[in-house]
Design a protein around this ligand. Structure first.
Ligand code: 2E6
Ligand code: F3S
Length: 315
């Protein structure tokens, strides 16, 4: 006899509109130009997505210099510094920008504040490609990075009266609220968005984890170790009281001993994790338990982003 188990599936989970669009861009580029099509950085932070596009003829590189000039190149969903499209133009390359429109919106905010004479403070994680891309919209020194509440005390802006803030799109909603409050307390004149720039997908996935936290003994987040939004879901689970909150890339990563004795497990997936991996996890539970699957839905998402015109014309 198998032990009984309830699996709560968070909704929304998995792919967001920006990820969907970025993957479509690579697929449509392969149709339009044939293989190989180069992609600068993982198109989204998921090994399975990257491997399946590689199988279709995409070649993933970290820097533009690694691409030949006679093949098209796509910029990943996380965005790129201004210097990257500038260099592609200088080298007369065909390029398609798969930056999520919600990241591009933050790029434009940074430019607008800067042209109004504000120095920028960016809340985000050092070294993350989105942060490098957003900071790279402005000349060096124009964007000060803060990662934590403690960092707020350490920055030395040119003029505390002329400051604006922006954020990475995939941060923890609660941690960011604390950092924004610290910025406003130290720099009362700072301007910015009404809350922050965290995107709808990040916000919704965190809210659904919070909603299920009281009913589960453990949380599994399907996502990659380099996926910021996925890692934040693990933290949100822990902060909401899950004694065991763990990132797994796929079913084979599940530590079954760690969830022994659990009666209810929550499952969610980061914005870059394909649904096929969630199905795989459900199947693995079904093989071991007498399983009941229930969905906890806290929002509906119907956002879609158009692919760039250059590719729509092909379709
Ligand atoms: C682009 C911008 C935001 O690490 P992160 O969460 O930023 O990225 P992915 O690829 O895991 O998620 C999608 C995404 C793309 N989020
Ligand atoms: Fe865009 Fe948010 Fe997805 S910034 S790529 S909609 S996680």
């Amino acid at each position: 006899m198998k032990p009984s188990m309830t699996l709560y599936l968070a909704a929304p989970r998995g792919f967001c509109a920006g990820v969907d669009r970025a993957i479509k861009i690579v697929e449509m580029a392969l149709e339009k130009w044939g293989a190989p099509v180069y992609v600068r950085h993982e198109i989204v932070h998921n090994k399975f997505v990257v491997d399946s596009l590689r199988d279709k003829g995409a070649v993933f590189v970290e820097e533009l210099e690694e691409c030949p000039t006679d093949r098209p190149v796509i910029f990943s969903a996380h965005g790129v510094p201004k210097s990257v499209p500038a260099e592609a133009e200088r080298r007369e390359m065909i390029y398609v920008d798969a930056t999520c429109p919600l990241v591009s919106k933050v790029h434009k905010e940074a430019e607008r504040h800067s042209s109004n004479g504000h120095q920028m403070v960016m809340i985000g994680h050092a070294g993350h490609p989105e942060v490098l891309g957003t900071m790279g919209q402005l000349p060096e020194g124009e964007v000060l990075l803060v990662e934590t509440v403690d960092d707020v005390a350490k920055i030395t802006p040119r003029d505390p009266e002329q400051l604006a803030f922006i954020t990475q799109t995939t941060l923890s909603v609660d941690d960011t609220a604390a950092i924004v409050a610290a910025l406003q307390a130290r720099f009362p004149a700072i301007v910015g968005p009404s809350k922050e720039d965290i995107c709808y997908a990040t916000t919704n996935r965190q809210a659904s984890v919070k909603a299920m936290a009281g009913q589960i003994d453990a949380l599994l987040v399907i996502g990659a170790p380099n996926s910021s939004n996925s890692r934040r879901l693990v933290e949100v689970g822990s902060a909401a009281g899950c004694a065991y909150s763990q990132l797994v890339q796929r079913a084979a990563d599940i530590d079954w001993r760690a969830i022994e004795g659990a009666k209810a497990v929550g499952v969610t997936a980061g914005a870059s994790a394909p649904e096929v991996l969630i199905d795989e996890v459900i199947d693995a539970f079904r093989a071991r338990y007498d399983l009941t699957v229930d969905q906890i839905e806290t929002a509906r998402e119907d956002i879609e982003f158009k692919v760039p015109r250059m590719l729509r014309e092909t379709a």
